[in-house]
Design a protein around this ligand. Structure first.
Ligand SMILES: C[S@@+](CC[C@H](N)C(=O)[O-])C[C@H]1O[C@@H](n2cnc3c(N)ncnc32)[C@H](O)[C@@H]1O
Length: 512
């Protein structure tokens, strides 16, 4: 199969990938196995073989008698194994020749990824060369705190005798930098019965060449076996750069730029970063304190209103926004009332799609989902509110993550689920006719279909892949319910006629 991408290089981006042919949304561009994968520098202890967190006890590998591994039955077959034969032999020699004991590795688990990368030098020379060619921004790091932060890792690697005569410590700093600048977050194996997992970092030599844009044209997923797959999220024309978003698209420009500058050492100049309205979403804007109708956005150091054109003193507005940030930090983000109150108050200060409001709305939709699924008789009011929140979030996602997007797929799935639940409740209570019920089910079907179109590219063995399987079952069930309701209408001697419920008007918006 011919490659879907080519590697190019320019002064601004360094090396980057471009489409070698026209690419369609959902088309696979590349897949990649990790060069190295491992825990973060601040992680707690994990099994050296499968990366499952080791909470209270651990065993050591029988062969090397050094590497901490899962207790009891040992690691399950489900997850990839990282304690290779070469590493095991290396540890065994350390134990025999230097008296290295398991506690040394336990205390240095944050340096394991660097250790595993340096061991590749002797066992996979070709990949090692590619790894050494990655962008590191080493000179900029030399003057920063991060250089001192990795001093312990340098000392640890040195103590293992891995730096040959004359090889300077910069090699370790370079490995740390290559990992920081180029790695992807990877979900570690979930703890059985608890479900939560460590966040790992994986370095993928081909995917590392993807350049950044705050409006990506790709969708990246990593499956349980740690394979990374990159799909086109929208149409990409031959010769166009292939972009991945290194930051969180649901954060405002200043936070995204801060993240890119600190972690990746560049100032993003993409279309979204160059537009004070963030492509018309006003995601970092506030309500103009002067005209009270327009939105003020920051242009260089000036806050200016899009309606009355007046400027607002930066310290005044920045103080207000900071209060909203701090308030969100302290409220109980699992409490419906706290979140509702926060949204109510902050709507008086910030533009309606401000990223703080979107964050609170997403959390509230999650809380409502849990309540609706838990309660035997959830109220219509709860369901309507959840539908309203999904409808408010979706248009912003359409602008910021056009095409295939994981958050959009999940939000559409949630919107479909609650639309079905609400319509069913009202139909069972004879509050709506059979035809209105069918109309609502058809709207839900449309949302579910769009969600499925995005979820189908998720790996089967990921939470999103599992959601895809569930959504498929629900799609079949929805089709059956639709047929049954239409049959019921016919059995009454009537015909189904669309009552054309507008999608934007919540069904029967009276309060319960
Ligand atoms: C993950 S690496 C990408 C591969 C890298 N260009 C190389 O040649 O090895 C990330 C680095 O690429 C550059 N880069 C990626 N996207 C960029 C962008 N939109 N603007 C400026 N630099 C970018 C920055 O130097 C960044 O630290």
């Amino acid at each position: 199969m011919s490659l879907k991408y080519e590697v190019k290089s320019n002064e601004k981006l360094g090396r980057y990938l471009v489409a070698a042919k026209d690419l369609k949304p959902g088309e696979r561009i590349l897949s990649d196995q990790p060069f190295v994968l491992g825990p973060n520098s601040d992680t707690s202890l994990v099994c050296f073989n499968c990366y499952l967190p080791l909470i209270s006890k651990f065993l050591v590998c029988k062969n090397c008698a050094v590497a901490p591994i899962c207790p009891g039955e040992g690691c399950t077959d489900q997850f990839a194994k990282w304690h290779s034969q070469q590493e095991c032999n290396f540890f065994r020699n350390l134990k025999l020749n230097k008296g290295t004991n398991p506690m040394t590795l336990v205390q240095n688990v944050g340096s394991l990824l660097v250790l595993r990368a340096i061991l590749k030098r002797d066992f996979n020379h070709q990949e090692w060369q590619l790894f050494m060619e990655l962008e590191t921004h080493l000179d900029r790091r030399r003057e920063s705190d991060v250089w001192d932060f990795y001093d312990n890792t340098v000392k640890f690697i040195q103590s293992l005798g891995l730096l040959e005569n004359g090889q300077n410590k910069d090699l370790v700093q370079k490995i740390c930098a290559a990992i920081d600048v180029n790695s992807f977050e990877v979900r570690g194996p979930p703890i059985p019965a608890i479900g939560c997992a460590e966040v790992l970092r994986g370095l993928y030599l081909r995917a590392a060449l993807l350049a950044h844009d705050c409006i990506a044209n790709t969708h990246v997923s990593i499956n349980d076996r740690n394979e990374l797959v990159c799909h086109a999220s929208c149409d990409i024309k031959r010769g166009d750069p292939i972009y991945y978003n290194y930051t969180d698209p649901l954060k405002g420009t200043s936070l995204r730029q801060q993240h890119l500058m600190i972690g990746k050492y560049f100032k993003c100049t993409c279309a979204r970063c160059s537009d004070i309205t963030e492509l018309g979403t006003y995601m970092s804007s506030a309500i103009c304190p002067q005209c009270k109708t327009g939105y003020i956005s920051k242009n260089a150091s000036v806050w200016i209103c899009n309606s009355c054109g007046k400027e607002t003193e930066p310290s005044v507005i920045e103080h207000k926004i900071q209060c909203c940030v701090e308030k969100l930090e302290v409220i109980n983000k699992k409490d419906e009332k706290d979140l509702e109150e926060y949204i109510r108050n902050v709507l008086l200060v910030l533009a309606p799609n401000h990223y703080l409001l979107l964050d609170a709305k997403q959390r509230l939709a999650g809380v409502l989902r849990d309540t609706i699924n838990r309660e035997p008789r959830p109220t219509k009011k709860l369901m309507r509110r959840k539908i309203e929140l999904c409808r408010e979030i979706l248009p912003v996602l359409e602008v910021l993550s056009p095409g295939i997007c994981r958050t959009k797929a999940i939000t559409l799935y949630e919107l479909h689920a609650t639309t079905v639940q609400l319509a069913k409740k009202m139909f069972d209570a004879r509050e709506i006719s059979g035809s209105t019920f069918v109309d609502e089910l058809l709207i839900a079907e449309k949302h579910l279909k769009r969600s499925l179109e995005m979820l189908v590219i998720e790996p089967g063995n990921s939470p999103e892949g599992e959601l895809c399987a569930k959504a498929l079952e629900e799609y079949r069930a929805l089709k059956l319910t639709l047929a049954k309701v239409i049959d019921g209408i016919h059995a009454q001697g009537k015909t189904y006629e669309s009552e054309s419920v507008s999608e934007n008007v919540p069904l029967h918006p009276e309060v319960d």
